[in-house]
Write a protein that binds this ligand. Structure first.
Ligand SMILES: Cc1cc2nc3c(=O)[nH]c(=O)nc-3n(C[C@H](O)[C@H](O)[C@H](O)COP(=O)(O)OP(=O)(O)OC[C@H]3O[C@@H](n4cnc5c(N)ncnc54)[C@H](O)[C@@H]3O)c2cc1C
Ligand code: FES
Length: 354
């Protein structure tokens, strides 16, 4: 130990230490391989073992069915090396590989919690002085509240220009181990460990038109991408779709529209899926993929990029619509907000807390 893993077809070699998965080793060494849930649920990290021995940790058979395991498919987030390995990546993005930032843990403190809607909170975290945290707009981190024994993933809603103070938009689930903490339990000054950055749904430095589609807390990474683009002085045509259930679930619209005025071409479309006759309505109704279907013109520019964030069903419904509208599948970027898996331990093994 450590063992060497050779990643084909890109020809990168990296080390894997005892007790870490291949994906964790890649994060530590700043190699951004394709990933999603990081815990064997989503199949984003599926690859082929060409040579060597691994132990495959518990995972969902939806992500890796037994018949694929027999054909040497593996999940990098659940594979521990037991010899030097050669692995063929099924999905990789050379642009993202170049953007990678090594994943580390940073001590931080809660610096504020604000109510955005009845079930949405803005959590602000300040990293301790020595911290030198960097991320790309659209990425996420794992937040650990060690005193409550829980780690969950949350996307930054703020932009990389403010890397000492990070904003998160968190939907409160009654009984949710982490999200209920932002509803009256965590307070200013409480310790939180930030581990990251993770995620491949980060803003690419291109110039083509941009389509942003999000719902609920999925707005967090989209706001980071949108505001970062404006801060960087880029003037790309933007169409911003925002889905929610009821009018009272919408937040931040004024700020989005104000920021959009700095662009030559900007269109904001909100969609409500659960409206009553009493709701004064001047937006679209229906699920957000139906709104995109109705409101998005067919894409004519090959360089159009789409970023989609929110719960997995939203993303699974929006992607086919974007493809029908002519967006190149290679330019559709997304992060699915999976609920944490019960097969994973509650605590991030790397976050030491305070
Ligand atoms: C890459 C990524 C980025 C994420 N970014 C964000 C973000 O920016 N903001 C945000 O609010 N969340 C985000 N999440 C989801 C977040 O990590 C947690 O899963 C969520 O906050 C619930 O955690 P919990 O501990 O409160 O609930 P848990 O204790 O894990 O679950 C409690 C109950 O709530 C239900 N529940 C939990 N999550 C969901 C869900 N998504 N949909 C429906 N029911 C659910 C569970 O079924 C369970 O019954 C992200 C997830 C991932 C994977
Ligand atoms: S990242 Fe490996 S299965 Fe989701």
């Amino acid at each position: 130990m450590p063992y060497t893993v050779r990643l084909e077809p890109i020809g990168i070699e990296m080390e894997v230490e005892e007790g870490e998965t291949i994906l964790q080793a890649a994060f530590r060494q700043g190699i951004m391989l394709m990933h999603g849930c990081k815990e064997g649920q989503c199949a984003s990290c599926k690859s082929i073992l060409l040579d060597g021995d691994i132990e495959l940790l518990r995972h969902s058979t939806f992500a890796l069915p037994d018949y694929e395991r027999e054909q040497d498919y593996i999940l990098l987030c659940r594979s521990m090396a037991y010899s030097d390995l050669s692995v063929e990546l099924l999905n990789y993005d050379e642009e993202i590989l170049k953007l990678a930032i090594p994943v580390k843990s940073y001590p931080a403190r809660v610096s504020g919690i604000e109510r955005l809607t009845h079930d949405m909170r803005l959590l602000r975290i300040r990293l301790n002085d020595a911290a030198r945290f960097k991320f790309h707009a659209g990425q996420y981190v794992d937040l650990t509240a060690a005193q409550y024994g829980v780690t969950r993933s949350y996307s930054m809603a703020s932009t990389p220009s403010s890397s000492r103070e990070l904003d998160f938009i968190i939907k409160v689930y009654p009984g949710g181990k982490f999200s209920s903490l932002v509803d009256g339990i965590l307070k200013e000054g409480d310790a939180i460990t930030v581990t990251g950055p993770y995620g491949i749904c980060c803003r690419r430095d291109n110039n083509g038109p941009l389509i942003l589609v999000g719902g609920g807390s999925g707005m967090a990474p989209l706001l980071s991408i949108f505001n970062d683009m404006i801060e960087q002085g880029q003037d790309r045509p933007v169409t911003f779709f925002y889905g929610a259930r009821r009018p009272q679930d919408l937040f931040g619209i004024d700020q989005i529209e104000k920021a959009g005025q700095r662009l030559s071409t900007f269109r904001f479309v909100s969609g409500l899926s659960d409206v009553t006759e009493q709701d004064a309505l001047d937006g679209e109704t229906g699920l957000i993929h139906e709104v995109v279907q109705r409101q998005l013109d067919r894409v004519t520019d090959d360089t159009t990029e789409a970023y989609v964030c929110g719960p997995p069903p939203l993303i699974d419904a929006v992607i086919p619509v974007l493809r029908i509208k002519g967006v190149d599948v290679e330019r559709i970027y997304f992060d699915k907000f999976f609920a944490a898996s019960p097969i994973e331990s509650e605590m991030n093994p790397y976050a030491k807390g305070e």
